[in-house]
Design a binder for this molecule. Structure first.
Ligand code: NAD
Length: 353
């Protein structure tokens, strides 16, 4: 009894609509699906498989991530709500075809109120297994009528965010000769490097994977920076495209750039404290949940009958939205992070009227 009260109290504090706990003895599936808010449309968000220490950690993660999806969809002008699912377990050991199919069956019981997609610990193949049991899944391969890898579209959105931030700060969005560091040159980072090189920016890259670094450096004429000296490096724009939680008090103190705009999710260790710290240092921050929403826009387009050009056109709007948010932040003397959240929340409230 006390556990259920705790879950409801957590749902209350995050403002969730519904949380579904799924358990299957035969496959060992243990999953939680969180539906945060469906005011704007069905709750869409990926499924993450992770070896959580305990159920509480899994619940905390799915609640936090699904809430983030609500605001990402709202700020991007999509008719979508926010949701997310987590499967508890080590993806390299516990994931099987039958487990994924069983998960798909649970998703199907929600009749489209929750739509799933790929996230950490998932592959396109896993989404194919889910697709065998439910049509409420996106990000499936092009061969199955899906939209395929969303990363190029995500990178395009980040590129739009960088250009808008430059326009806001310097009155010009031309990136020629701007010193830009892309940290993390995986799926999103490498496509971003390509956009920046095409624009003749002065591109620097860092990663923990030397093979990738050598490969991208030779393909795009980018200069490699030691990953440990990123915060000692003098640059115009810093584009974090690796993992989340990269920015904290100690490295923001050292950071030498004018703009932070990158594809990584949840870049701050503490959103309120660290976004304020950047503002106080006079560094322009393009909110991550806005500029990396190209991937979501891409899967959203899949729901309407996929059209790559339309997805890119809608992603291009990230430019105008970023500019609006940066202006609002300046006018109201608030962080760009708060300005973006305000706009997202207003859109949801307006729909309720
Ligand atoms: P990825 O796994 O393909 O690439 C991540 C890269 O970061 C890898 O090259 C890895 O070696 C590097 N890396 C890991 N830890 C690092 C560290 N400590 N320092 C430097 N480099 C490090 O992932 P991705 O799909 O390119 O996603 C990158 C980020 O963007 C993630 O935070 C992801 O959540 C976010 N994101 C991705 C998409 C998408 O469409 N793929 C959409 C929205 C948000």
């Amino acid at each position: 009894m006390s556990n259920s009260i705790k879950v409801l109290a957590k749902m209350d504090s995050f403002e969730h609509e519904q949380v579904i706990f799924c358990q299957d003895k035969d496959t060992g599936l243990k999953a939680i699906i969180a539906i945060h808010d469906t005011t704007l449309g069905p709750a869409l968000g990926g499924t993450r498989m992770w070896d959580y220490e305990n159920e509480e950690e899994a619940l905390e993660d799915v609640l936090r991530l699904s809430r983030g999806m609500t605001f990402k969809a709202a700020i991007s002008g999509l008719e979508l709500g926010g949701g997310k699912a987590v499967i508890i377990g080590d993806a390299t050991k516990h994931k099987t075809k039958n487990l994924m199919k069983k998960f798909g069956k649970f998703v199907d019981t929600l009749s489209g109120k929750y739509i799933t997609a790929e996230d950490v610990g998932m592959s396109t193949k896993d989404m194919e297994y889910v697709r065998m049991e439910t049509k409420h899944v996106t990000g499936i391969p092009k061969s199955m009528g899906g939209s395929g890898d969303p990363s190029p579209v995500t990178a395009y959105g980040v590129f739009m965010g960088i250009k808008a931030s430059s326009k806001f700060l310097w009155g010009d969005d031309n990136l020629k000769d701007k010193k830009i560091l892309v940290q993390g040159i995986g799926h999103v980072g490498e496509y971003l490097v390509k956009y920046l090189s095409d624009e003749k920016a002065n591109v620097f890259i860092s990663d923990i994977n030397q093979t990738k670094l050598d490969n991208v450096a030779s393909k795009y004429d980018a200069t490699i920076i030691d990953n440990d000296s990123v915060f000692d490096f003098d640059m115009d724009i810093y584009a974090p495209c690796a993992l989340g939680g990269i920015l904290n008090t100690s490295n923001i103190n050292k950071l030498k750039c004018s703009i932070v705009c990158g594809g990584a999710n949840n870049q701050f260790e503490d959103e309120t404290r660290d976004s304020l710290h950047l503002k106080e240092k006079g560094i322009v921050f393009a909110p991550d949940f806005l500029v990396n929403s190209g991937g979501l826009i891409n899967v959203y387009s899949e729901l309407k009958g996929y059209n790559r050009d339309k997805a890119l056109e809608q992603t291009k709007e990230i430019y105008n939205t970023t500019l609006d948010i940066l202006k609002k932040s300046k006018e109201e003397g608030i962080t760009s992070y708060s300005a973006a959240l305000k706009i997202a929340k207003n859109r949801i409230e307006a729909k309720k009227l």
